[in-house]
Design a protein around this ligand. Sequence first.
Ligand SMILES: Nc1ncnc2c1ncn2[C@@H]1O[C@H](COP(=O)(O)OP(=O)(O)OP(=O)(O)O)[C@@H](O)[C@H]1O
Ligand SMILES: [Mg+2]
Length: 281
Amino acid sequence: MDIQFKEVGYAYYGFKKLYHAISNINLSIDEYGEFVAIIGQTGSGKSTLVQHMNALLKPTSGQVNILGTIIPSKKKQKINHLRQKVGLVFQFPEYQLFDINILKDVEFGPSNFKDTKAFANQYAKEALSIVGIDESLYEESPFRISGGQMRRVAIAGILAMKPHILVLDEPTRGLDPQGKDDIMDMFYNIHKSENKSIVMITHDMDIVAKYAKRIIVLNEGKIVFDGSKEALFAHKDFNTFHLDYPSPMKLLNHLHETLGYPKKMVFSNEELLTYLKEVNK
Ligand SMILES: Nc1ncnc2c1ncn2[C@@H]1O[C@H](COP(=O)(O)OP(=O)(O)OP(=O)(O)O)[C@@H](O)[C@H]1O
Ligand SMILES: [Mg+2]
C-alpha cells in the first residue's frame, strides 16, 4: 500500500480571497522502505503538503489515497486510524506536550487507538527508550527538561503509536549540531531496522545529501523535481530551485576550482574523505 496524491490542490481562506498553497500535486509514497526529503523555499507549501498525508488537511481539489482510504470522501468516514498509521511530527512538536509527567504524555497517543490501547504503557516505554529518555525521567514534568529532551519526548509520543510511516516536519530545526546528528541517527535506525518509510521536511542540505534516497522539491506550491539526489544535483535547472549544495560538495567544488581536483558527487564528509584519500594516493 501507499500514500497517493492525484491532482491535489489546497487553498487557505485568506482575507477576502483564497490562497492556493499547493496545486496539481501528483505523487506516491510506498508504505515501506522509502526515505524522502521534501525541500523548497520557505512558503513553498511543504507543511501544507505533508499535512495531507494523515488527513489533517483535506484537499480542496483532487484526491489523496492514504493506505486505501480516500480523502475527501462523499460519505462520512472514520479517519482516526490514519493518524495512528501515519505518524506526523509537527514543526516544534515540543509545544504540544501537555501531561503531568513524561510517561503519561507519551502514553496518551497509543491509548487513543484501538489496536495500541492495551499496550500503551509498554509502547510508551519502548518509544522513550528509542529516543534515549532514561527511566529515571518518567515521572518528571515534560516542562522541566531541556529543549532537546522535550523534542525527544514529543517524538516518542508519535513513535509509541507504532506508525507505519513517519512524517517529520523539520525535526532538527533549532537543535545544536550534536542534537541534530543524534536525532538523525535515531530516525535512520528506525528506517533501517523496521523498514518504515520516512518523509522528512528539511532546509538542511547536508541532511538531505546524507540520508535521503529520494528528494521532492517544491516551488510555489508545485512539485518541480521528484527523484534521486544524483539527478537533483546534476539537474540543468538546479539554479532555479532556490537550493544550496551540501557542504561536502561545496568543498569539493572549491578544490576543483582552486586546485583542479576532478569533480565527483560526494554526499557526506566520510565520502569526501574517502575520495580525497583516493586522489591523493
Ligand atoms: N493557516 C493558514 N492560513 C492562510 N495561509 C496559510 C496558512 N498556513 C500556510 N499558509 C500559506 O500557505 C503557503 C505555504 O505555507 P507552508 O506552511 O505550507 O509553507 P512551508 O513550505 O512549510 O514553509 P516553511 O519552510 O516556512 O515552513 C504560505 O504562503 C503560507 O503563507
Ligand atoms: Mg513548514
